[in-house]
Design a protein. Structure first.
Length: 305
């Protein structure tokens, strides 16, 4: 996999490298922003809250600068279930070893959930406010008083109104962030995009298609487990299990005559083949594991740290 070429925000010279956490409440566009910064889809997206469940690292090397972005789950404030506590631990642990933080909020909006996440940020850490989804704001002049109110909430190092879907805004953000990269050798190879394995990316892509095709029909406490991942030259043989909590959910995922499960598999395969640069043979199964999201042992066995 290779990333899209962008103008260099850092000049050639001494190498610089830094880790930057991306934080915010659910559904503010953190994963979309990560994918745009890296120039390649490595983090799945959907309209369902808590789509991102793992710490996902995206890497972008431009000129002498290497950016190591850490995408985190949206901080869950409303439920204390074991799955949500696990996701919140992932967010907090990601803040301990970074050089800067991107605090992502929707431009013009700031609620109690945003305030709670903001209160978790270390006071001595450079925090860049990313006012995302600027393209959804009808009048740009409305953003000015909002930005002024944000200055009173936190001593942000930078204020960046932008849209993660606009290439020029991504270039501008990279140029701003280059100032926060310490002078040190790179942590990864120049062409690296993520520290996650192909096996992990496969499970995430399948889970994305599951959420997108099921919408609100399926509770978010469903997951995907890779049972087999074999490489045979230019072919990947993948067998995966979609884990749901109830028999009724299993029927919904499979669909009439198996059509919905076939579509999930077909769309996942179509996206995996260019991502893995290989042909993909994908088998999907659906199993019921009642209460898995409330069981710490099951959470660990499914890869939740």
């Amino acid at each position: 996999m290779s990333s899209t070429t962008l103008p260099q925000p850092a000049s050639e010279g001494p190498r610089r490298c830094g880790m930057i956490a991306i934080v915010g409440r659910p559904n503010v566009g953190k994963s979309t922003l990560l994918n745009a910064l890296v120039g390649q889809k490595i983090s799945i997206t959907s309209n369902k809250a808590q789509t991102t469940r793992h710490r996902i690292t995206g890497i972008r090397t431009v000129g002498a600068a290497q950016y190591v972005f850490v995408d985190t789950p949206g901080f869950q404030l409303k439920h204390a279930a074991p799955l949500n506590r696990t996701l919140n631990r992932t967010v907090l642990s990601s803040l301990g070893d970074v050089d800067a933080v991107l605090f992502v909020a929707e431009a013009g909006r700031f609620g109690l959930d945003d305030a709670k996440v903001l209160s978790l940020l270390p006071p001595d850490m450079p925090v860049v406010l990313v006012a995302n989804k600027l393209d959804a704001v009808a009048r740009r002049t409305d953003i000015l008083p909002w930005l002024k109110s944000m200055q009173d909430r936190h001593a942000f190092a930078e204020y960046v109104p932008m849209s993660a879907r606009k290439a020029s805004d991504i270039e501008r953000l990279l140029a701003i962030l280059s100032r926060y990269l310490p002078e040190q050798d790179w942590l990864h190879e120049e062409d690296a995009l993520t520290d996650r394995s192909e096996r992990f990316l496969a499970s995430e892509i399948i889970r994305e298609k599951l959420f997108r095709l099921m919408g609100d029909e399926l509770p978010y406490t469903s997951t995907v487990v890779i049972d087999k991942f074999e490489e045979e030259g230019g072919l990947r043989r993948i067998a995966a299990t979609i884990v749901v909590e109830r028999d009724a959910h299993k029927g919904m995922v499979i669909g009439e005559r198996g059509e919905r499960l076939k579509r999930i598999g077909s769309e996942a395969r179509q996206e995996l083949e260019p991502l893995l640069d290989a042909r993909v043979f994908l088998e999907l199964w659906v199993k019921v594991r009642s209460g898995w999201a409330d069981d710490e042992q099951h959470l660990r066995s499914y890869g939740y740290e």
